[in-house]
Ligand binder design. Sequence first.
Ligand code: WT7
Length: 657
Amino acid sequence: MSDEALANLSTEERRFEPPAGLAAGANLTAASYGDAAADRLGFWAMQAERLSWDTRWEEVLDWSDPPFAKWFVGGRLNAAYNCVDRHVEAGAGDKVAFHWVGEPEGDTRDITYAQLMDEVCQAANALTELGIEAGDRVAIYMPMIPETVVAMLACARLGAPHTVVFGGFSADALASRVLDCGAKLIITADGGYRRGAPSALKPAVDEAVAKVEAEQSGLVENVLVVRRTGQDVAFDQNIDVWWHELVAGSSTEHTCESFDAEHPLYVMYTSGTTGKPKGILHTTGGYLVGAAYTHWGIFDLKPDTDVYWCTADVGWVTGHSYTVYGPLANQSTSVMYEGVPDAPHKGRWWEIIEKYKVSIFYTAPTAIRTFMKWGDEIPAKFDMSSLRVLGSVGEPINPEAYVWYRETIGGSRTPVVDTWWQTETGAIMISPLPGVTAAKPGSAMKAIPGIVADVVNDEGESVPDGSGGYLVIKEPWPSMLRTLWGDDERFKDTYWSRFKGMYFAGDGAKKDSDGDLWLLGRVDDVMNVSGHRLSTTEIESALVSHPKVAEAAVVGASDEMTGQSPVAFVILREAAGDGGTDIVKELRDHVAKEIGAIAKPSKIMIVAELPKTRSGKIMRRLLRDVAEHRDIGDVTTLADSTVMDLIGKGMATSSQD
Ligand code: WT7
């Protein structure tokens, strides 16, 4: 955020009061804050009652060995049972769990809770047949189709932690995740639909399997393949198995076992400040309590009347907590959509809202800004009067986008909840409450009931209202990450070493004069591109793995549409000469191959030198100034201050969008 925008925070005068009707019947009320503050653990125990436990917990929280938390100690439950079976047992078998909408028009499917239960049981039996047992890891690399949810729940049912890898990630990224968590099964599809055309997934899995095989022979025993597009794919009889052959032929009877509340539920990889992604570990009881409570409270979910839609891909944590686990635990009816917002036309999302009478809608600021650019006349063609609560997540939402979202999509009736959280937190942490808060556009407002957040200075002291600093969480919470997969030390270092006894989120924040929170973006070498987290170091490693590259520095430059975008400064190897005419494209494609298309730098500047301090550290701040076309300030600590002149010249000649 620019200094000017920062200064504007304190002058924001607009307040959006909750609609009277919503406030009168809201799930969370002003009293919830007091209840949680008076007895935090009692409050969380009350939230845990939303779930069905086979064995009740003996202790709400064991924090005797921080930062390693145990929640609902001694409790036993099954996550899939809580998301599916118990609703069927309660007589809601005919209720629609998902209105699934494929990208090709007319390709839709309504899935009831009873059908979902049958399919999850079949898949659980099929996985058992493939040798999957409690504790085994399963990688899922899928498009947004019902089988993806079925696969996740089947894993949960068996106590086999899943690791869902976003379908837009490369074969290399998939391979490194499979290796890191030791997955013995990969569930995938032949492909999915993207902008009207089938796009393949299976070839990337084949490539990943070969890579894994070279590193750790025999690790991946099987690949289970859903036929989605029908395109031709290579099929290795030794490891590949068709879903429609194995799963569809399996029994719909499956008795589930309960697991300890701290049994691993899933690992979700996210970018950190080093090149190696971190495997965020979430466990069963606390995570499900957090997802269910926040989904019910922050969106004011009324399971009998609401139709809920979160647009996030299941390959990200938002899809885990707010497309799968939270909504299903709460017996919601949700929309799930396979495709992109502009296929086959730019009103596709609004058409879906109109058709299914969506009442709660959750998406990201990047999408909102894109729709703003496309023009008001597109949403105006659709009846969206069913909407009553809107949510935003993934990055700071600028006040203009917030107000546009509220007015143009929400018809000026709907509260907008700007929800701050992270892969690590598992669930929403800071947000307005739709029935309580007089929300300020652009502010996530306050920690929700049950969560204790603060903004601190370099010494870890709480800053006064009107000041900025680092966002921290001061008390443990049920859906917190338990560790990084296989790396307790990195877990402690990354989150718990900066400020004693506090969780350091990696975000800057400011308290305004009322004490409300404004998130200011990452303070580390992590950037946020369209609400997705990317590491500068990871992109740098990808660039230097190219034979023509000697050195690379990447910064997140602010971008009007995507929040930030990666800009790379590259020094070529002597032998590569000027790199050739296609060097920029070649390097961008290389990054896409190494990580995924979302990590492609928007600009690559070929330069002769990089600005470094005398100790050899790259001065990313200066590079960011160049990338954002700002005047370069004090460069006296540079080892060679002529470097910036050279960079400036490089930018003039080699930048490309
Ligand atoms: C980072 C977490 C969990 C949601 C998807 C992203 C940024 C997230 C907000 C918000 C300002 C936000 C933070 C955070 N972020 N939501 N409402 N306002 N910033 O999950 O990939 O784990 O990224 O996204 O910088 O640290 P993630």
